[in-house]
Design a protein around this ligand. Structure first.
Ligand code: ADP
Ligand code: MG
Length: 309
């Protein structure tokens, strides 16, 4: 197949369509727009992948009252299988990131509900929700939530992207762009643009990926503004407020999309020092765009991913 050069922004916008041999299948699941670009013969596989996203949504959704996670959070169900795997992996990231990544933020995500809110909750409401937050409450041995609830919003898309990647590989698919609302996994080599956090319809820089996932977390994705201040959806589990720092966005590159997803959130909360978390995972690197526009990367990143500003 002719080599494709395709620029896509990490966050669901393909700038230039690929060759005529390809097709993009669109869908909506996990509260996000999904697009999967494959060669024409692989369209059925792309359609199955979109169905797979819906199937995983039925496991991982925090808000769907029929989901498996809802039953764990509200009906005393003990998680098993893939749900338990994701919970255990999440706990390991919480430990490594000293709680910056924490799926027990659910009481706070529910309170902040940035999708619908127009003004921040009171300090008292936040303090009350915070009492039920903290990954150390969670006991996965005898499974007990100990008063908290779980939110897999910062990892479910990554986990799903990994599973689609594995399916595509098993089917011998050699070229694909799997884009779950900014959680990207490419099969084959592609140059992708990292969305500017300042002008969100533009690329800030480009990188070249081969058989890798790239995931971005940023304050510009989901938020509301109130009295001149921005309140976004990534919460600092220590304060109970949207995390405040000098980072505009974090992009993590890894062969494991669940790792990239979790780490992009963790580094966003913890700050630039947390770039060192990448070294704990195989073949994983990161790029931070600071609020003042400066780019910071892990060692060797710029050459490895052919970073162009
Ligand atoms: P997105 O999924 O919007 O691309 P993230 O991967 O950074 O962005 O995940 C943010 C989502 O994860 C929030 O909407 C919320 O559901 C949940 N979340 C917020 N703060 C944290 C945190 N500190 N640790 C784990 N999950 C979080
Ligand atoms: Mg994430």
């Amino acid at each position: 197949m002719k080599k494709l050069i395709c620029i896509l922004l990490i966050s669901n916008l393909i700038l230039c369509a690929c060759s005529k041999k390809n097709e993009t299948v669109h869908g909506f699941a996990m509260d996000t727009y999904i697009s999967i670009t494959v060669s024409k013969k692989d369209v059925p596989a792309a359609k199955s992948a979109i169905k797979k996203c819906r199937d995983y949504e039925k496991i991982f959704s925090r808000t769907d009252k029929k989901s498996e996670l809802w039953k764990v959070n509200h009906e005393g169900k003990t998680p098993s299988g893939e749900l338990l795997d994701v919970i255990n992996f999440s706990l390991s990231v919480s430990e490594k990131s000293d709680g910056a990544f924490d799926i027990t933020v659910a009481p706070l995500s529910t309170l902040w509900n940035v999708k619908e809110r127009t003004y921040p909750p009171s300090a008292e409401e936040i303090a009350n929700a915070l009492k039920n937050v903290g990954y150390k409450r969670l006991d996965t041995q005898s499974f007990s939530l100990n008063g908290t609830t779980l939110d897999l919003g910062a990892i479910a898309k990554g986990y799903t992207a990994d599973k689609i990647f594995e399916d595509f590989k098993a089917q011998g698919i050699k070229k694909a762009i799997i884009d779950l609302g900014g959680n990207i996994y490419v099969i084959g080599e592609y140059t992708v643009g990292i969305r500017s956090p300042f002008k969100t319809d533009e690329a800030y820089c480009t990188i070249t990926l081969k058989d890798k996932s790239a995931v971005t977390s940023g304050a510009y994705q989901r938020y509301f503004d109130y009295e001149g201040k921005r309140y976004h959806h990534i919460i600092d589990p220590k304060t109970g407020y949207p995390s405040e720092g000098d980072i505009a966005s974090v992009t993590v590159i890894s062969p494991s999309s669940k790792t990239a997803d979790a780490l992009s959130t963790a580094i966003f909360v913890k700050g630039t020092d947390a770039l060192s978390l990448c070294s704990l995972y195989d073949d994983t690197g990161a790029l931070i765009i600071m609020n003042d526009g400066e780019i910071k990367t892990t060692e060797g990143f710029d050459e490895k991913y052919n970073l162009k500003k």
